[in-house]
Design a protein around this ligand. Structure first.
Ligand code: BG6
Length: 285
């Protein structure tokens, strides 16, 4: 079943779509085509949404699965004129997307939203980006742009810690999560250094902002309860991010202890090659 709804959680005036398939439910905002909620079963929330997030004054919503496109992170001055005036993570997190297609199939519920940008800083003609959401016993997100343009993209997923561990009491819980399927080489954006590690695992116990080269097609978040599996395609990098205490406190749209409740594990295509885009993430708890 697919229904339109106004409001989700504290974002009471936000235009959204709700998808249901069997026991599973997902909510996606028309603003940013941002998945805000995925519950494979009732009360089993996979994504984290900041209780202080807002979508007013052009702000990007903090949490869920933001879409970074057509660039990731700060704009690159070598490719984008006036890079310093351009927002972090591209131009579509704060746009209202349009409905392109919806289908209630026997095997899944599917919704596609699209956004057309008439002018991009580095492209002369209008370009359309599509996001397809497929809900079955998993949630699959497909980001597609058929234009052969210079473009980066990331599915910037905020995964909630709560369903991964048996007890969420105390501040040590995020440190119990093992992240698997990363690669052995990454750029550490905190230290600014290229880094090698002995295996493809990681734990988070301090500010973490890493860009891993060529991650596996399957990554996992493992606690002592339900493991979360993320299958991906079209990526050349994975990003692992957690702001930790000081940066959480400095972010107006994040509670002071926000960093204890999520891990961002992002499927990313970062190579600047002029070619079409197809980036895919499938999430299973
Ligand atoms: C991550 C980046 O993907 O997103 C971090 O690697 C960045 O460097 C984080 O701080 C959050 O970005 P924003 O624009 O949503 O605050």
């Amino acid at each position: 079943m697919i229904t339109e709804q106004i409001g989700f959680a504290h974002l009471s005036d936000l235009p959204c779509w709700q998808l249901r398939f069997g026991d599973a439910c997902a909510v996606i905002s028309s603003y940013g085509a941002q998945v805000l909620s995925y519950q494979p079963k009732p009360e089993q929330e996979v994504l984290w949404l900041s209780p202080l997030s807002s979508w007013h004054q052009q702000q990007a919503i903090r949490g869920g699965i933001p879409i970074c496109w057509p660039w990731f992170g700060p704009a690159d001055a070598n490719i984008l004129p006036d890079a310093t005036t351009l927002p972090n993570h591209g131009l579509v997190r704060n746009r209202l997307w349009q409905l392109h297609h919806k289908a209630e199939l026997e095997s899944a519920t599917q919704l596609t939203l699209k956004v057309t940008l008439d002018t991009l800083p580095h492209v002369a003609s209008p370009v359309t980006l599509y996001l397809q959401l497929t809900l079955s016993n998993t949630l699959t997100i497909e980001l597609r742009c058929d234009a052969p343009i210079t473009q980066q993209a990331a599915l910037h997923s905020y995964f909630a810690i709560a369903p991964l561990i048996a007890s969420t009491v105390g501040s040590e819980t995020i440190q119990q999560i093992q992240i698997q399927g990363l690669s052995q080489s990454y750029v550490d954006k905190v230290s600014g250094q290229p880094t090698q590690q002995a295996n493809d695992h990681a734990h988070i116990d301090s500010e973490t902002d890493r860009v891993y080269r060529q991650p596996a097609a399957e990554m996992k978040l493992i606690g002592d309860k339900h493991p979360l599996t993320l299958n991906q395609a079209g990526q050349d990098h994975a990003v692992l991010w957690n702001p930790w205490q000081q940066k959480s406190q400095a972010m107006p749209d994040m509670p002071d202890d926000g960093y204890q409740h999520f891990i961002c594990l992002e499927t990313a295509r970062l190579h600047w090659q002029p070619m079409p885009l197809l980036l895919k993430q499938q999430i299973r708890l």
